[in-house]
Design a protein around this ligand. Structure first.
Ligand SMILES: Nc1ncnc2c1ncn2[C@@H]1O[C@H](COP(=O)(O)OP(=O)(O)OP(=O)(O)O)[C@@H](O)[C@H]1O
Length: 240
């Protein structure tokens, strides 16, 4: 049994003029515990839509999504929200940090609504997470005073704070230069390996994709294998 199983999944929306737009078509994908899978596609190919489905932010209009062998189609909004909060960490291109809150407050934010023990020890957990991503000294700094790479580290610390089983990354290096992007991917790989988390990375960057164990390509909403010849080994580019 796979952790994530998409079985003939589609996502169609009805546009205001009544036209049907098929964003994803017949997507079948299985992701195992601890794997790193990448999905490469051009702008508009449906990457974010696919990631949103996996993260229970959106629902398929066709097919079935099973998480840990359990069908997600019958879940209530409340059950989906609970599973999402406990099971998934998200890392986005634009960091999505709360302005006017310190790095520590940003990292602790997912624990504000979880209740129980973790609510009361949220600041200590957040400080530990910031240490883990190399920003222990910057806990009291506002995001706007941090570099792009540092902001993404804060976002990674925030994504890890509830010990997710899956980290979903949407263009995690898209707003960073190549060197900083490489450091961020090194960090993501390291923290995922340490915690045994599964990593799914969607990107248009074949160098970022090359780091995964398995690679897919999304083309106009259709998922298929990626030709390994297009993958650029990361070290080779840094060295040149
Ligand atoms: N709710 C929606 N209503 C109408 N169109 C949508 C909706 N969601 C997505 N789309 C369209 O579906 C296509 C795929 O969107 P998606 O954001 O998944 O692509 P993407 O591959 O992530 O693109 P990018 O790399 O530019 O972010 C786009 O053409 C987008 O405009």
């Amino acid at each position: 049994m796979s952790l994530i199983e998409l079985d003939g999944v589609g996502r169609t929306v009805i546009l205001p003029d009544g036209e049907r737009l098929e964003i994803l078509r017949d997507v079948t994908l299985a992701v195992e515990v601890g794997e790193h899978v990448s999905i490469v596609g051009r702008s508009g190919s449906g990457k974010s839509t696919l990631l949103n489905l996996m993260g229970l932010l959106d629902t398929p209009t066709e097919g079935e999504y099973r998480l840990d062998g359990r069908a997600t189609s019958g879940l209530s909004q409340r059950q989906r929200a609970r599973l999402r909060g406990a099971g998934f960490g998200f890392v986005f291109q634009q960091f999505n940090l709360l302005p006017g809150r310190t790095a520590l407050q940003n990292v602790a934010a997912p624990l504000l609504y979880c209740g129980g023990r973790d609510f009361w020890r949220r600041n200590r957990l957040a400080a530990d997470m910031l240490e883990r991503v190399g920003l222990g000294e910057r806990a009291d700094t506002m995001p706007e005073k941090l570099s792009g790479g540092e902001q993404q580290r804060v976002a990674i610390a925030r994504s890890l704070i509830r010990s997710p089983r899956v980290i979903l990354c949407d263009e995690p290096t898209g707003a960073l230069d190549v060197q900083t992007g490489t450091e961020i991917m090194d960090l993501l790989d390291a923290v995922a390996a340490e915690s045994g988390a599964t990593l799914v990375t969607i990107t248009h960057d074949t160098m970022v994709a090359a780091r995964a164990h398995r690679h897919y390509r999304l083309d106009a909403g259709v998922l298929g294998p990626l030709d390994p010849a297009v993958l650029v080994p990361p070290r080779q580019v840094i060295a040149s």
